[in-house]
Design a protein around this ligand. Structure first.
Ligand SMILES: C[S@@+](CC[C@H](N)C(=O)[O-])C[C@H]1O[C@@H](n2cnc3c(N)ncnc32)[C@H](O)[C@@H]1O
Length: 206
């Protein structure tokens, strides 16, 4: 029997969606379902960084995975023309998996040049630690989805989670470097719930 996977995210639904958002979920989201891609962002929240990637790399397919439907709706609203509900040209490379990324990975044979995980849920209570997404087991899985010189880029302002990830890496085939990166402004980073001065970043490679 397959091992039951531990849920790594909180709620899937928040406040009621607007009529436009619901329409985009019903009528556009199915057409954006990913099969293969070049870059993957896991847990994109409201999708600010997915959009940034799409604008910076217009020839690449950027796949965002996010099970929180209000976040998915925010991204859909932001990438479409409000008059036509069609995806704007600059965002035509975006594909959306509106569910657990682990289910997507089982469906694809893609190899990614970049896999981004920005502000993964820190699950700060000890009894919730098993819910943390970036376990050694999951990092080893992600490693199989990288092209040979590909990288997993992680950012968190939860410094205890950051140290925990460094421990997890010891049980993987990945090598970590701590880059000097500009702070990436996502909605979560803006809230800075952990109350620390700055997020820390990690780049993992083979
Ligand atoms: C703290 S939020 C950060 C969102 C965004 N990256 C930002 O910086 O604003 C973490 C996100 O990861 C998502 N997440 C957690 N587990 C996931 C999984 N297994 N697959 C995809 N997304 C996941 C959650 O739904 C949540 O939206």
């Amino acid at each position: 029997m397959e091992k039951q996977e531990i849920r790594t995210f909180g709620r899937r639904h928040g406040k009621k969606l607007s009529a436009r958002q619901q329409d985009l979920i019903n009528n556009l989201l199915p057409a954006l379902k990913p099969t293969t891609g070049d870059i993957l962002e896991i847990g994109f929240g409201a999708g600010e960084h997915v959009r940034e990637l799409a604008r910076a790399m217009p020839n690449k397919i950027i796949i965002g995975a996010e099970p929180f439907m209000n976040g998915v709706a925010s991204l859909l609203s932001a990438i479409t023309d409000p008059n036509t509900n069609r995806v704007m040209d600059e965002y035509s490379g975006i594909r959306i998996w509106a569910d657990d990324v682990r289910d997507f990975l089982r469906t694809t044979d893609s190899k990614f040049s970049q896999i981004w995980v920005l502000h993964p849920d820190p699950w700060p209570k000890a009894r919730h630690e098993k819910r943390r997404l970036l376990s050694a087991e999951f990092l080893n899985t992600l490693s199989k989805y990288l092209v040979p010189d590909g990288e997993i880029i992680i950012g968190t302002d939860h410094w205890e989670y950051f140290d925990w990830i460094l421990e997890q890496i010891k049980d993987t085939d990945l090598t970590a470097t701590i880059p000097d990166m500009e702070i990436i402004q996502t909605r979560y980073q803006h809230k800075n719930k952990a109350g620390t001065d700055a997020p820390k970043y990690l780049i993992l490679t083979h």
